[in-house]
Write a protein that binds this ligand. Structure first.
Ligand SMILES: *[C@@H]1O[C@H](CO)[C@@H](O)[C@H](O)[C@H]1NC(C)=O
Ligand SMILES: *[C@@H]1O[C@H](CO)[C@@H](O)[C@H](O)[C@H]1NC(C)=O
Ligand SMILES: *[C@@H]1O[C@H](CO)[C@@H](O)[C@H](O)[C@H]1NC(C)=O
Length: 250
């Protein structure tokens, strides 16, 4: 069932369809009543399209609506080419449930102490991916070579999944730095300098017909007061005329 009412059309005409050159489609929305209630206003249509969590402000780099995977980048994260001050990655409880990092996003814990739980009791949480070992990072990244130079041995590190980081902070893990890499399945034979640093998130929304509606040029939204979905409104010139008439009538 599609609800085609003139009033929601008025709301939808105020929905941004892109921010910072990134299309904003269902379930996201940066304006009141746009997208799906739980994802609406998760992003803010200002410079860099920030995705905010308790540990920082991340830049949305793109959103793949077919795979349902936005990618974000933490400008203050260390990578193969730059070492930045220690910090954590923390997501709010709700975001970690409705838009957690995707399974092919690998968290690399660096400069861990030998007593770190991920090297002892929880060592099974660490893995090698696509033929890469952690030691390779210390060897081939100028930034991470510093850990080695300063301590005169190679401090342990660990490739792990988001669940580890979700349950234990960097301090608990006893590692001073982390970096994140995504699309790790495709990184066979690729040197760490060329890995894709950042975090790929994944969301899932029930199929409410909004994909179809989006492809036809429509927008999905909801009634701000009742949170009831309003689906598949397609903006046609005819509708624009009727909105104008409606507005003139006010
Ligand atoms: C979006 O970000 C701007 C600048 O940081 C801020 O002033 C504004 O309140 C934010 N809007 C929302 C809806 O969070
Ligand atoms: C690496 O970790 C040790 C503690 O285990 C710390 O003293 C040192 O400052 C860290 N190195 C860097 C470059 O942050
Ligand atoms: C990862 O690779 C390194 C070097 O090849 C090896 O020493 C280590 O045991 C491997 N770790 C795991 C968890 O397989």
């Amino acid at each position: 069932m599609f609800t085609l009412l003139p009033l929601p059309a008025l709301t939808f005409s105020l929905c941004h369809t892109s921010c910072n050159n990134i299309p904003i489609n269902y379930p996201f929305g940066v304006d009141d009543g746009c997208g799906a209630p739980q994802y609406c206003k998760m992003l803010n249509c200002s410079t860099n399209l920030p995705f905010i969590t308790p540990s920082g402000t991340y830049k949305v780099q793109g959103i793949d609506y077919n795979k349902k995977t936005p990618t974000i980048y933490d400008p203050s994260m260390s990578t193969c080419s730059i070492l930045q001050p220690h910090h954590d990655f923390v997501m709010s409880e709700i975001k970690s449930v409705i838009i957690p990092p995707a399974p092919d996003t690998v968290f690399t814990l660096l400069n861990c102490s030998r007593d770190s739980s991920v090297l002892n009791h929880y060592r099974s949480l660490c893995f090698n991916f696509s033929g890469h070992s952690c030691d390779e990072l210390y060897g081939s990244c100028t930034s991470f070579r510093l850990f080695h130079l300063l301590s005169n041995n190679t401090p342990p590190c660990c490739f792990t999944g988001y669940d580890t980081v979700k349950h234990m902070s960097m301090n608990t893990l006893d590692c001073t730095h982390y970096t994140t890499v995504y699309n790790t399945d495709g990184l066979h034979g690729v040197a760490p300098l060329d890995w894709i640093y950042g975090i790929k998130l994944s969301y899932s929304v029930p199929d409410t017909g909004c994909d179809r509606c989006g492809r036809s040029g429509g927008t999905c939204g909801f009634d701000v007061e009742t949170e009831g979905m309003v689906r598949g409104f397609k903006m046609l010139n005819r509708d624009l005329d009727s909105i104008e008439n409606l507005m003139n009538g006010f």
